[in-house]
Design a protein around this ligand. Structure first.
Ligand SMILES: C[S@@+](CC[C@H](N)C(=O)[O-])C[C@H]1O[C@@H](n2cnc3c(N)ncnc32)[C@H](O)[C@@H]1O
Length: 192
């Protein structure tokens, strides 16, 4: 089945994002100075980068200020062929965030699946390497269904910092293995 992001729910999400950026970013930043990194999407020929067209174009953000990340080589080529005037980077987001020296006012990570460890690692890199400008906007989108109880617990604890400061009631090490958090934090410290 061919998927398309040209659907009413995705459109509604893009409208909300546009309104949010307008309201909260443009009180301190001009569109011409705004830099964006996003997953533009290129599921269908002729429907490339709907996020760029419906959100950033209509806000007056120049396409030259937009970096489009796409890890799938075929879709990245489709984005290039569409000649949109954005900078297309054929890479996994974490690889980009691990290396980039740029800072962005809008970081939009519209994932196609669950909040995986890799997706969380990208957030750690963005925060740890300060890729988001002060007052910048981070927008994320994950599929939120079908998680196991263990995964729900993990996702909850991700935001409590208890993985870093230690939590005597934490059952996660039992579930995911003794050094689950320690290894993650050590890895991150080495990168940032
Ligand atoms: C949900 S679609 C983007 C839809 C687009 N934002 C829109 O509003 O129409 C996500 C796109 O990003 C790509 N992608 C997903 N995860 C990625 C990752 N971790 N790094 C780079 N590209 C990713 C997918 O191949 C897909 O083309």
């Amino acid at each position: 089945m061919v998927m398309s992001y040209n659907d009413p729910k995705k459109h509604e999400a893009r409208v909300k994002m546009r309104e949010f950026i307008q309201k909260y970013l443009f009180s301190i930043k001009k569109p011409l100075q705004t830099k964006v990194v996003c997953f533009p999407g290129a599921e269908v020929e002729g429907e490339e980068a709907l996020e760029v067209k419906e959100v950033y174009d209509s806000l007056g953000i120049p396409r030259a200020n937009v970096v489009g990340l796409e890890y799938d080589a075929n879709k990245a080529q489709r984005l290039e062929r569409a000649n949109l005037g954005i900078r297309v980077v054929n890479a996994l987001d974490a690889i980009f965030f691990e290396k980039t020296g740029e800072k962005f006012d809008v970081i939009s990570l519209d994932y196609t699946g669950h909040q995986t460890n890799e997706a969380v690692h990208s957030l750690e890199l963005i925060a740890g390497r300060q890729v988001l400008q002060p007052y910048g906007i981070l927008c994320t989108n994950y599929a939120a269904k079908r998680e196991s109880k263990a995964l729900q617990l993990l996702m909850f604890h991700r935001w409590t910092r208890q993985d870093i400061i230690g939590d005597p009631n934490n059952k996660l090490d039992d579930i995911f293995g003794g050094n689950f958090y320690k290894d993650r934090v050590e890895k991150l410290r080495r990168i940032i």
